[in-house]
Design a protein around this ligand. Structure first.
Ligand SMILES: [Fe+2]
Length: 235
């Protein structure tokens, strides 16, 4: 996989709608958290590690689904404008190969005899590190190259509509799962904007469920208080 970009040519948002920002922050933070846990795990202790493996599979499921959302909504929209997405499509295919290989390594750890579990865990750790390294470079390219291509070809309302198509296609539990990784990863102003829009547009019981299950558990008391203040939530 080749990534060609210069770190000094990272574009400014300039007030434009950022379709990649929040979800990519969420994937980066959740990926780094998992990598840290995989590095510190005692892979011979099955009882403990099984929770980590569950979280890893959950992350890979979300990552695989994110790739499909981009293929089906962003790449198709660019293709309709005659913009090639061949490089990104190839990178997404590489991701799909990585998802299969990581699942094989997880199964190898599950099936390994006790004495081989630590070695299987080390392989899984290294493979996951290589995968997120690739994904970080890929997401960087999307934000510095593809983002500006979207701005050139669509206005903000059209980009927002693409994002709404993605969100509208998600079953509620998956939406919640994406929110759980995004909310702790974005900054206070981004949280207030995202949840402020949801408070205005979503039915109150859905908004409350998001606060209870996807927002509150991932934030410190201080961050939650700041958000509650911004959103004027009842105490
Ligand atoms: Fe992507």
């Amino acid at each position: 996989m080749s990534h060609e970009f210069s770190l000094t040519s990272i574009p400014d948002l300039n007030g434009r709608y950022d379709i990649y920002g929040a979800i990519h922050k969420g994937l980066r933070k959740a990926g780094c958290d998992l990598l840290g846990r995989l590095g510190a795990a005692d892979f011979q202790n099955v009882e403990e590690t099984v929770f980590l493996i569950g979280d890893l599979r959950h992350y890979l499921m979300l990552a695989a689904s994110h790739v499909v959302h981009e293929d089906d909504n962003i790449h198709t929209a660019l293709a309709e404008k005659g913009v090639s997405t061949v490089t990104l499509d190839e990178q997404h295919d590489d991701h799909r190969t990585a998802f299969r290989e990581l699942e094989e390594l997880v199964v190898a750890w599950e099936k390994a005899w006790p004495l081989s579990k630590a070695a299987c865990g080390r392989k899984l750790y290294l493979a996951f590190a290589a995968y997120i390294a690739d994904d970080f470079a890929h997401m960087h390219e999307e934000e510095v190259v593809t983002g500006p291509l979207l701005w050139r070809n669509f206005n903000d309302e059209e980009i927002f509509a693409i994002e709404m198509r993605i969100i509208g296609s998600l079953p509620p539990e998956k939406s919640m799962a994406f929110m759980r990784i995004m909310i702790p990863a974005i900054n206070p102003a981004e949280r207030a904007a995202l949840l402020g829009a949801m408070k205005k547009n979503a039915p109150p019981e859905i908004f409350q469920a998001v606060i209870d299950f996807a927002v509150r558990p991932g934030l410190s008391d201080g961050d939650f208080a700041r958000l509650a203040d911004a959103l004027k939530l009842a105490a």
